[in-house]
Design a protein around this ligand. Structure first.
Ligand code: PEP
Ligand code: MG
Length: 311
C-alpha cells in the first residue's frame, strides 16, 4: 500500500476531466529540493534564493551561488527549477546592504527594486543562474515587479551574462495589485506569471502579512483578491499562470484556483501529495462554476462555505 501511495505521488496530477495541473514545490534550501522530489514535485515552482543571502556578513560569490543552484537542479533531475532572484528588503534586511531606513519597508525598496540600487547583486546572481541554465532546465522569476521597465532591465542584464544562444525563460511574481491589473501589458514580455498571494493579499487588502490582529481580514480567498487572480488568468493569453503563495496548498482554495484558470500550484513541500490528491478529485468544469460563484461572493467566509458545499 505504501508503494502504491508513492507511485501516485510521482504521477502527474490530472483532474477527473483530463486537465493536467503541475504541482510544484516551494524550495528554501538544498534539503528542501530533495524532499520536494521525494514528495512527488513536478518541478521547483519557487526557489527562494534569499536563503543563500541571509545570516551572513557578505554576499555569496557567483561560484558559491552556482554550486547551490546546481545542487538544487541536480536534485530535481531534469525537472524544471524556477529560481527567484533575491527578494529581500521589506521585512528581510541584509547586514551587507546598507540602505537608508524606511518608514514602511513593505512599500519600500524590496525585491526587484533593490536591483537598481545594487546592480552588481542582480548581475552576479544572474551569472550564476545562467551558468546552471546551460546544463539544466532553469527559469528566472523576478519578485515584486510593478512595471514592464523592470522586466526589460532585468532581461537586459540576463542577456548580457548568458552564454550566446541560450534562451532562459523569465517570469514575474504578481504581488502588486497594479501588476495584476496590467497582466495584458506584461504578457508579451514574460514567459510565465507566478502569483504570490501572500504579498498580493497584503497589498490588495492593506493588511500587513503576519499581523495576527488582521489574520481573518488578510484572507487570499477574499473575492477582491480572487478578482485580481481572475484578471491575470484572463489577460495572460497563452502565458501560463502559477500560484506560489500559501493559499495554493489549501484544499479549499485549490478548486477555486483551478476554476479561475491557474495551471500550476507551487506549494509547501509537505503538502504536495495532498494538493495532487485534491486536483485528482476535482472536475475543471465544476471548478469553473465554483470560481464564478466565488467571484460574486461578498466575503472569504462565503467563498469557503461555497467550496464546502461543492462536490
Ligand atoms: C508571496 O508573496 O506569495 C510569495 C510566494 O513570496 P514570499 O512569500 O516569499 O514573499
Ligand atoms: Mg512575496
Amino acid at each position: 500500500r505504501h508503494r502504491a501511495a508513492e507511485a501516485a505521488a510521482h504521477r502527474p496530477a490530472i483532474t477527473s476531466d483530463g486537465v493536467t495541473v503541475a504541482v510544484a514545490g516551494n524550495v528554501g534550501s538544498i534539503a528542501d529540493a530533495a524532499d520536494a522530489v521525494a514528495q512527488g514535485a513536478d518541478l521547483a515552482g519557487l526557489v527562494r534564493t534569499a536563503f543563500l543571502f541571509l545570516n551572513r556578513d557578505h554576499a555569496p560569490t557567483v561560484a558559491e551561488q552556482e554550486e547551490v543552484y546546481r545542487e538544487i537542479a541536480k536534485a530535481f533531475d531534469g525537472r524544471r527549477i524556477v529560481l527567484r532572484t533575491l527578494d529581500v528588503g521589506g521585512d528581510k534586511p541584509l547586514p551587507y546592504l546598507t540602505r537608508p531606513p524606511e518608514a514602511d519597508p513593505f512599500l519600500g525598496v524590496r525585491g526587484i527594486r533593490l536591483a537598481s540600487k545594487h546592480p552588481e547583486l542582480l548581475r552576479d546572481q544572474l551569472r550564476a543562474v545562467a551558468a546552471v541554465a546551460a546544463d539544466h532546465p532553469v527559469s528566472v522569476l523576478l519578485p515584486m515587479i510593478s512595471t514592464v521597465d523592470e522586466v526589460r532591465a532585468a532581461r537586459a542584464v540576463l542577456n548580457d551574462v548568458a552564454p550566446e544562444g541560450l534562451w532562459i525563460e523569465v517570469g514575474i511574481m504578481v504581488e502588486v495589485p497594479a501588476t495584476a491589473a496590467k497582466a495584458a501589458v506584461f504578457a508579451p514580455h514574460v514567459d510565465f506569471f507566478s502569483i504570490g498571494t501572500n504579498d498580493l493579499t497584503q497589498y490588495a487588502l492593506a493588511a500587513e502579512r503576519g499581523n495576527a490582529a488582521l489574520a481573518t481580514l488578510a484572507d487570499p480567498l477574499d473575492p477582491g483578491v480572487l478578482r485580481l487572480i481572475d484578471l491575470v488568468c484572463r489577460d495572460a493569453g497563452e502565458v501560463p499562470v502559477a500560484v506560489c503563495g500559501e493559499i495554493a496548498s489549501d484544499p479549499v482554495a485549490v478548486p477555486v484556483l483551478l476554476g479561475l484558470g491557474v495551471t500550476e500550484l507551487s506549494v509547501a513541500v509537505p503538502t504536495i501529495p495532498l494538493v495532487k490528491a485534491v486536483v485528482r478529485g476535482s472536475d475543471r468544469r465544476a471548478c469553473r462554476a465554483l470560481a464564478a460563484a466565488a467571484l460574486a461572493a461578498e466575503s472569504a467566509a462565503e467563498v469557503r462555505a461555497l467550496v464546502g458545499g461543492c462536490g
